[in-house]
Design a protein around this ligand. Sequence first.
Ligand SMILES: [Zn+2]
Length: 95
Amino acid sequence: MKLWPRRPAPARPRADHTRIAVLEHDLLGIPPEPGTAAALTVALRRAGTCVQHDPVDVTTFGDPQPSAMCSRCSTCMVLDEHGRWTPARANLNQA
Ligand SMILES: [Zn+2]
């Protein structure tokens, strides 16, 4: 027995596939598929507006080595053997 007509269920918000792919890249390190909007987003972010990194020391007492973060593009940076701040990913690739 229907007392009044039911309203249709509101459309559930759909997850944005580009945002999911970018979050997967940021949090899990999964590279987005080439040629997608997510790949373009990540590539443009890497190009960014950060011409020269501006490291800010974020080392805590528990850290085994000094670490920093760029105040412009938030790239994680570490000290290299010459005492210069370099992006942390560059060091991981060399190892
Ligand atoms: Zn930077």
